[in-house]
Write a protein that binds this ligand. Structure first.
Ligand SMILES: [Zn+2]
Length: 1016
């Protein structure tokens, strides 16, 4: 029954499909010549196509994937942009590539070719007569490939290093679901028909050539390769092989032709470089087949590669042992440029990019070699179901590392050994890497189901879900059904489906049969859904006979198996797996001496929250995990309640130096409740100061993706009392006596609108907040609100401003833009304004910026403090107390030169152009000049001109020294209105240096925001 359910759930079209399984056979003969001066291939291809389907074919879809690199209209070019990568968009024509000179013939007669209307890398050849079931045709065509630069994706050249992949005209797959024609993509792999390849490659004689397949009649080439192996071994034993950059030797005038042949594969790739060192080994597989292993590498990371033959050997042996013998004659790993991630797999041969350390090199090589099984031999549709190759392969990658390096910790990820203590990485087993990757997304509720097409995943989730979640989900399944049964099932699956196109249904059917349990929950909730797993331990009871009764509750959405682990003095007593359930359930644990029970003590369940897993059988605080105080942060460790701290140092003119400590509970994994508490002490004012914030992260997953209610607090000094005026002829000098403090309380509510499409670069946010401010005031000021007598000269004024903002952003790679529509009000005023930002992207690193501002007052009768300001906001004008100003109340000196780029955004200071009616402004910044952090800026502000009765148009232009964009920038105004110049004179600020202003927005560097921004 469960099998029936699975079929419907996983692939509805499979269920309705009337056609039985079949696969076509496609046999290739290709002759190709490399022109290494022009970086081109000229080739001729003959394909024997055997129609094994029950029906006749009138056309055949072909992939012409080198055309993906042709222009900006291709799916590849669009995908780059949708992922924020503009490198290809700004590429030079000579860096791009294409395939042309095609002339398709079938059985010697020219056929009509129809190009796909959307994708230039797909075409359809129209057969002159239908190809009947079980009939064969011969398709032939010449072709010419202009190779793109290898920096973009998988095909290309880097100088005279050649990576020849996805390079020849290739029929798309037709199976019982129909045709699977697909454009080439960077994120998203392939689906190809099985058959044989007979490929002859002609190129200058001094190239080393590594390819899919066995060399045929190549005695001379093989002797030369063996001499290269000897040469490499000698270099190693003489200790002369060191990592360095090396130049390409001159190509020989003579050419050679090397022929390769391979059957039962679905692709053919080759790599050629004149600089390669070569090493070779021969291994015996579990069922005594012998296989050659090869590595080809340049000097680039020679120190690492000289040990890499072991990695190829171990991976080949491991996968052969776990799934079934490697069926071909060689396994090869090649060092090269690969822009699509750490490495890329092809049948028999694997290309591996820069690895920086030995462990990375080993995991990349073993992963890519492993793809010979999950991709090469088990040829699932990777584009439609990428988890079938990447996810399962990551499971075996994880198991390989566990088996070979049982004590490896997460520290290895940054290339250090376990003695290197950083963020607690050394305390966590290496496989936590996969769990963390998944949990980072799941805890933010930005995860996606495993069963999605490659193109539907965000870049982050392509790694975190397709690779990591699939690996830990199957690892969980494996532990719950027992490793032996699982492996038996996987061996059967391999044997039954090798050289075929298995679907996820085929895999789950096999595992269901071999595990003897129903896997409906696994298919529906772990694979198809994004449900979360979470069990909670409730209570424990001793039974008279010495056994135990433990009550567990399923507080998650997945009815999956749960394991209970028992400990005595932190030593493992035993583990029992129970079938999944909903609600709560009391389970029995056999007779044993136990002082602690833990759900998933061995860490095999992908639970969303492990903080509710432990129960001590005795003592107070049975459920409390010990507190762990961490400097900065640590990777989340469920064995502790973690609190992070960071000493902080601050300065402003009135508090002067401040020292304190921030305590916070946020880290990589989002929590439902997050807080920061940062008490500080100010040494100038001798007062406690500081800030705090508290927020709840609620995942609604409906109209709003998340809703964040919270509250912020902040208290610092903002001014000194005027001592001479207050206390003439006295000698009170104590700064603490004169500091005027403010206390800001800011309740807020943030709504993030759910994206219809997770990969969309559009975001909509609504922010509501009230700023409630209590500020010390000189009693000579008139107050509007209730006043509290604090001291002989200080009164406190309490005020508030309510704000509602709608923030839109289109974060596209080229010309991103956004706007912020803001409404503010209190009893004295109400106003509305719009700030729009538009970037003009001029290259993949440079952009010009345009900012537009427009605002108007709607009402109010005491607008003075809330006026629009032409010159941005200086300290004393910041009525929301949002900025971090060195001197909030200064009218001269360095502190006065600090401002925020709000309102009119004029970079030069002027008291002119303040308005309690309306204002509009336009601010332009040029891209950086060359590589210098210098930009040109120009501003113009329009207003009513009523304030001080001046010009209605104010302008300013000059240079911007952009030290950190939007955070620390210095503006040097050079040209501005005469009126502005005059007000400088009136205010005695006419020296050039006094016109220089700066922004210093420390509050933009919020660690929590940075954490999110860097990951998504
Ligand atoms: Zn992979």
């Amino acid at each position: 029954m469960a099998i029936f359910v699975l079929t419907i759930m996983l692939f509805p079209f499979n269920f309705y499909s009337q056609n039985p399984y079949f696969q076509q056979e496609v046999n290739y003969k290709i002759k190709a010549t490399l022109n290494d001066a022009k970086h081109e291939l000229s080739a001729y291809e003959e394909i024997t196509y055997i129609n094994n389907s029950a029906s006749s074919l009138t056309y055949i879809y072909f992939h012409l994937w080198p055309n993906a690199y042709k222009n900006h209209k291709t799916a590849l070019a669009k995908q780059f942009l949708s992922q924020g990568n503009s490198q290809f968009y700004f590429s030079k024509p000579e860096e791009r590539g294409y395939i042309d000179s095609l002339e398709f013939k079938v059985n010697g007669k020219i056929v009509k070719v129809e190009y796909d209307g959307v994708h230039e890398d797909i075409c359809k050849i129209i057969l002159n007569t239908p190809l009947k079931s079980l009939d064969t045709i011969l398709i032939s065509t010449p072709f010419h490939v202009k190779l793109p630069d290898a920096k973009f994706s998988r095909l290309g050249h880097s100088g005279q290093a050649y990576y020849i992949t996805q390079w020849y005209p290739k029929p798309a797959v037709i199976d019982n679901e129909g045709w699977h024609q697909m454009p080439y993509l960077n994120q998203g792999e392939f689906y190809s028909e099985y058959g044989s390849f007979d490929v002859s490659i002609t190129l200058p004689k001094n190239y080393l050539l590594a390819a899919t397949g066995d060399r045929i009649d190549a005695k001379e080439e093989e002797a030369w390769l063996m001499s290269k192996v000897k040469e490499t071994q000698l270099l190693i034993s003489a200790n002369q092989l060191k990592s360095k950059k090396n130049e390409f030797p001159v190509s020989s005038n003579e050419t050679k032709t090397v022929r390769f042949r391979q059957s039962n594969v679905h692709d053919f790739a080759w790599f050629a470089d004149k600089r390669y060192h070569v090493l070779k080994d021969r291994i015996t597989l579990p069922n005594s087949r012998e296989v050659d292993t090869w590595i080809y590498f340049t000097d680039n990371e020679a120190d690492l590669w000289k040990k890499a033959l072991e990695y190829v050997d171990d991976a080949t042996l491991y996968y052969s042992y776990m799934l079934g013998d490697y069926p071909y004659n060689h396994v090869t790993a090649v060092d090269g440029v690969i822009a699509a991630g750490g490495g890329m797999e092809y049948p028999n041969i694997t290309i591996v990019g820069e690895s920086s350390n030995a462990f990375n090199l080993e995991t990349t090589i073993m992963h890519e070699v492993g793809h010979n099984w999950f991709y090469g031999i088990l040829g699932s549709n990777e584009r439609e179901n990428p988890a079938m190759d990447e996810g399962l392969n990551s499971l075996y990658e994880m198991r390989y590392i566990r088996a070979k390096y049982p004590t490896k910790t997460l520290t290895e990820l940054i290339g250090k050994d376990s003695s290197f203590k950083f963020l607690g990485l050394n305390k966590l087993a290496h496989d936590e890497y996969y769990k963390l990757a998944y949990l980072i997304a799941a805890r933010k509720n930005s995860d996606q189901p495993i069963a999605k097409q490659a193109t539907e995943f965000t870049s982050y989730n392509y790694g975190a879900i397709v690779y990591a979640k699939t690996a830990i989900a199957f690892d969980y399944l494996m532990h719950s059904v027992g490793e032996e049964r699982f492996d038996e099932g996987m061996k059967f699956y391999f044997d039954n489906w090798k050289f075929k196109h298995p679907s996820s249904t085929d895999l789950l059917k096999t595992l269901e049969y071999h595990s003897g349990t129903e896997l409906g929950w696994f298919a529906e909730e772990m694979i198809l859904g994004r449900d979360k797993l979470d069990y909670k331990i409730i209570k424990h009871k001793d039974v008279k006979d010495g056994s135990h009764k433990i009550t567990l509750e399923n507080v998650g959405d997945i009815e999956g198996p749960v394991s209970l682990t028992a400990y005595k003095k932190d030593k493992l007593v035993g583990q029992v797996w129970f079938n999944g359930f909903t609600g709560s359930k009391t389970v029995g644990f056999p007779v044993s001496e136990v002082d602690k029970f833990k759900i998933d003590g061995l860490g095999n369940m992908p639970e969303i929250n492990k903080q509710n897993n432990t129960l001590k059988t005795k003592g107070l605080f049975k459920k409390a995990e010990p507190l762990q105080l961490n400097f900065l942060a640590k990777i989340d460790n469920p064995d502790y309640t973690q609190l992070n701290y960071l000493p902080i140092l601050g300065y402003n003119m009135y508090n002067q130096f401040m020292l304190g400590c921030a305590f916070y509970n946020y880290s990589l994994l989002q929590k439902k409740f997050e807080f920061t508490l940062a008490p500080m002490y100010a040494f100038g004012s001798n007062t406690p100061v500081g800030f705090a914030d508290f927020q709840f992260n609620l995942h609604l997953d409906k109209v709003f993706q998340t809703v964040t209610p919270g509250i912020k607090f902040k208290s610092f000094a903002y001014d000194f009392a005027d001592r001479d005026k207050l206390f003439p002829n006295t000698n009170v000098t104590d700064a603490s006596f004169f500091a005027f403090n403010y206390y800001k309380i800011e309740p807020f509510l943030k709504f993030e609108i759910k994206k219809k499409n997770p990969v969309s670069r559009l975001s909509h946010t609504i922010k509501l907040r009230s700023v409630i401010l209590a500020a010390d005031e000189d009693h000579t000021y008139t107050t509007v609100f209730e006043t509290i007598q604090q001291s002989p000269y200080k009164k406190q004024k309490i005020s508030y401003v309510n704000e509602a903002a709608y923030v839109f952003r289109n974060n596209r790679a080229i010309n991103p833009f956004g706007f912020n529509l803001k409404f503010q009000q209190n009893e004295e005023f109400s106003k509305i304004n719009l700030t729009a930002n538009y970037e003009i992207t001029v290259s993949d690193k440079y952009a010009a910026e345009i900012r537009m501002f427009a605002g108007t007052f709607i009402g109010g009768n005491n607008k003075g403090a809330y006026r629009f300001r032409a010159s941005g906001i200086t300290g004393y004008q910041d009525y929301m107390y949002d900025g971090n100003f060195l001197g909030r109340s200064e009218y001269q000196g360095t502190a006065f030169s600090q401002f925020t780029e709000d309102d009119g955004g004029l970079k030069v200071w002027t008291p002119l152009g303040q308005s309690d009616t309306w204002m509009a402004g336009l601010n332009i910044k040029s891209p950086k000049f060359f590589k210098l952090p210098v930009k040109f800026f120009a501003d113009v502000v329009f207003t009513d001109g009523q304030f001080l009765n001046t010009e209605k148009v104010l302008y300013c232009a000059g240079f911007d020294i952009c030290i950190m964009k939007d955070i620390f920038e210095i503006y040097i105004p050079l040209v501005y209105n005469k009126d502005i110049k005059n007000t400088f004179k009136l205010n005695n600020k006419d020296s050039f240096f006094e016109t220089i202003r700066f922004t210093f927005n420390l509050n933009r560097i919020e660690p929590r925001e940075l954490l999110n921004a860097s990951l998504f």
